[in-house]
Design a protein around this ligand. Structure first.
Ligand SMILES: NC(=O)c1ccc[n+]([C@@H]2O[C@H](COP(=O)([O-])OP(=O)(O)OC[C@H]3O[C@@H](n4cnc5c(N)ncnc54)[C@H](O)[C@@H]3O)[C@@H](O)[C@H]2O)c1
Length: 419
């Protein structure tokens, strides 16, 4: 009876032994299983806890992250301010951050290091900021959790908002990048600013491009701005309206700055004076746009140090936001200023200055300006900024370009000019 023997072994002990073996086996498997379950539960709760604490953001878990922000935001002078500078790895942002830090204000930078132009230049600016004890957080202004966390760590008194998708022609290639940074990102930032218990004052970069197709010169802040010539200009104009809403509903102190063609050391490679320098050094031709009837384009080129002074003057005189936790408690300042140089120079004249400084003749290609967003001229009336905070540009184009070329050659070298 082999089957029965198997089911009912002849010796009970044998049966008992096998039963115990099976039981022991089962017991140890279930113990392992229980332990595994326990470990999984512990790991899951830990991860859950981390994500609650961190908001699930990759940045927060980085070693020393909060401490670096806290230190960088520390105010080191009487009546100083603590400023969140967005776009701090950018041209204007890096200069403003260093200037604020040097006078003892707390500064924390925020930048997403996008590749609109050479990222290594942004990284080099970041290193420069680091040498000046300014910490830059790598992140996007659309990341609300990140912004909230930054405001928890550092109680910013001011926001200098310079992060944006800049450039006029690139909008035909990548229009959504302008919506992402200049519209959606701006709203996310303002949402966070209006929600915090002590609202910061916000100073942000609009642009002279809002004057669009206007022909009356010089451009004054009260002139019409409803004829943008590019999507970039339209997003900056939208920014002026959006910031007005946040001022009106939530009591945020707002200052919009209309920059006029800012240039100088550590500048933006996509701008004409910069790419012309590179091409002239490399012996390549440069394309110079002209308006119809062979009229030269002209720009109110503004040297970076003057713009930095304008930004800091705006921060110093911004006045307080009145709201708290999303509730307005009274009217707050809403201001808009031109930050220009008040002396436009034609593009061929600018090229002549570059040739002189580089000691190389440019190969010029004159082309009729295509309808891609550029305007024929810009010219700022700066009376309002002068009255409000003594804004007085001090560097003419000749002097400013000399400084730019000196920087360019020290950074890229004479023969390289590579980007
Ligand atoms: N330079 C000029 O001549 C000029 C003229 C008019 C207006 N502006 C405005 O001034 C500001 C600064 O200009 P800039 O010349 O220094 O430009 P920039 O491109 O050098 O600096 C902008 C920085 O913002 C960062 N950035 C972009 N989108 C971001 C996002 N979504 N989140 C986080 N960071 C983001 C970029 O990586 C960049 O480093 C911009 O708002 C620009 O539109 C500049």
């Amino acid at each position: 009876m082999p089957l029965e023997e198997e089911l009912f072994p002849s010796t009970p002990g044998k049966f008992k032994d096998r039963n115990r073996h099976v039981h022991r086996c089962f017991a140890s498997t279930s113990t392992i299983f229980l332990w595994a379950l326990f470990l999984i539960a512990i790991t899951a709760s830990y991860l859950c806890f981390r994500s609650l604490v961190d908001g699930g953001n990759q940045y927060f878990s980085k070693h020393n992250w909060s401490k670096q922000i806290f230190e960088s935001a520390k105010i080191r002078r009487t009546h100083g301010m603590s400023v969140l500078v967005t776009g701090a790895a950018g041209f204007v942002g890096s200069h403003v951050s260093i200037a604020l830090k040097k006078r003892g204000d707390g500064v924390v930078g925020l930048d997403n290091f996008n590749d609109y132009y050479d990222v290594s230049l942004k990284k080099a600016r970041k290193n420069l900021l680091s040498e000046n004890s300014v910490f830059i957080v790598e992140g996007d202004i659309n990341d609300m959790k990140l912004l909230v966390r930054l405001f928890e760590i550092a109680k910013f008194t001011h926001v200098m908002h310079l992060a944006a998708q800049a450039g006029v022609r690139y909008a035909m290639e990548n229009p959504n990048s302008y919506i992402h940074s200049n519209i959606a990102g701006l709203v996310t930032l303002l949402e966070v600013c209006k929600n915090v218990p002590i609202q910061p004052a916000v100073v942000w970069a609009s642009s002279s491009s809002v004057y669009g197709l206007n022909e009356k010169v010089p451009f004054s802040e009260s002139d019409r701005t409803d004829q943008p010539a590019s999507l970039y200009a339209a997003t900056k104009k939208a920014g002026e309206e959006i910031t007005h809403t946040y001022n009106h509903i939530y009591g945020l102190s707002i200052t919009g700055l209309r920059f006029f063609t800012v240039y100088g050391p550590w500048g933006r490679p996509d701008m004409a004076y910069f790419s012309f320098t590179r091409n002239i050094l490399q012996g390549k031709p440069i394309t110079i746009y002209r308006a119809k009837n062979r009229v030269d384009l002209a720009r109110d080129f503004t040297y970076i140090d003057d713009v930095v002074k304008g930004c800091i003057g705006s921060l110093d005189t911004s006045g307080k936001s009145t709201g708290s936790g999303g509730k307005k408690r009274g009217p707050a300042p809403y201001r808009i200023f031109n930050l220009g140089n008040t002396s436009p120079v034609t593009v061929p004249m600018m090229v002549g200055m570059l040739e002189k400084n580089l000691k190389v003749k440019a190969k010029k290609n004159f082309v009729v300006m295509p309808g891609n967003g550029d305007v024929p001229f810009t010219h700022a009336n700066i009376t309002s900024a002068r009255k409000a905070f003594g804004y007085k540009p001090a560097t003419d184009l000749q002097t400013g370009l000399k400084k730019f070329v000196r920087w360019y050659l020290s950074y890229y070298g004479y023969n390289q000019g590579k980007l």
